[in-house]
Design a protein around this ligand. Sequence first.
Ligand SMILES: NC(=O)c1ccc[n+]([C@@H]2O[C@H](COP(=O)([O-])OP(=O)(O)OC[C@H]3O[C@@H](n4cnc5c(N)ncnc54)[C@H](O)[C@@H]3O)[C@@H](O)[C@H]2O)c1
Length: 297
Amino acid sequence: MTNIRTVLVIGSGAMGSQIAMVCANAGLTVTCTDLDQSALDRAESMLRARMDSTVAKGRMTAEQRDAAFERLTLTTDRDSAARTADLVIEAAVEKLVVKRSLFAELADLAPESAILASNSSSFVPSSMASAVTHPGRFCNIHFFNPALVMKCVEVVRGPETTDDTMVAATAFVEEIGKIPVVLEKEIPGFVANRILGAVRDEALHLLEGGYADVEAIDTACRTALGYPMGPFELMDLTGIDIGYLVKKQRFAESGDPKDQPADTVTRLVERGDLGRKTGRGWYIYSDSGEKQGINQL
Ligand SMILES: NC(=O)c1ccc[n+]([C@@H]2O[C@H](COP(=O)([O-])OP(=O)(O)OC[C@H]3O[C@@H](n4cnc5c(N)ncnc54)[C@H](O)[C@@H]3O)[C@@H](O)[C@H]2O)c1
């Protein structure tokens, strides 16, 4: 059992809503806030549908579901919740200026003993911790999408994060039934997304070098490496534009030509072939989502 009993989650979008529910399911008292009530209403109806389906599948009783919702408050009143929080997890929009100003305010509102954590996928702890007083209490606690399902949570130490913060954040992750992966030193992308990116870059290198086609590379990853789907299938699922924008951002920061998006990726994005969501990406899909063949580059 950790000292963390009361959690404040900032942002009720795809990640924040599910992180809050995971905490409530684990018996913690949780407040989830957003800028306006309509975002919170959307989050609540999505969570109710998901939890109803969990009950229908027999993975939780109706009483457990109801008790979890009793522990979860969705409100725009962020400040009252911040004053009593043991842990704040920020899952707001991925903009550094928004995150820094949120943390500057939260650091003043929350007790000095509270841990301040960001769920950001791309901003490392030091880029946000410098906005807060007592930065030793800051780290990233990085969940994966969908947070209700995915087991891995990366706990990322910044240069100023104290041992106490790391120990408490890691124990919290275990308490909510997730598997912590600790990064002792910050690096953009952390562990899982860096490995994923390295596999994707190699797949693109093999394709663009003419060594093998999209289907062959995906088949090798599935049948030799045991991946549930190949790197091109995964890019189609997550959206080819997402990886493209991450690369653009990284290139803007580093100026290193190897951080540029691959030529084939750029061509697809410029054509609007963004993956399953547009019906065309590396593959072509039918209206019902069936794969129909390789898209010509
Ligand atoms: N989507 C993913 O796959 C994923 C995975 C891991 C981590 N993340 C990280 O999680 C964070 C949120 O991503 P998301 O996909 O949930 O985004 P989202 O757009 O679905 O949700 C963001 C929410 O934050 C709210 N918000 C914006 N500014 C706010 C503020 N000042 N105060 C309170 N709420 C505010 C928005 O209204 C919105 O509801 C990002 O930092 C992202 O890097 C995302």
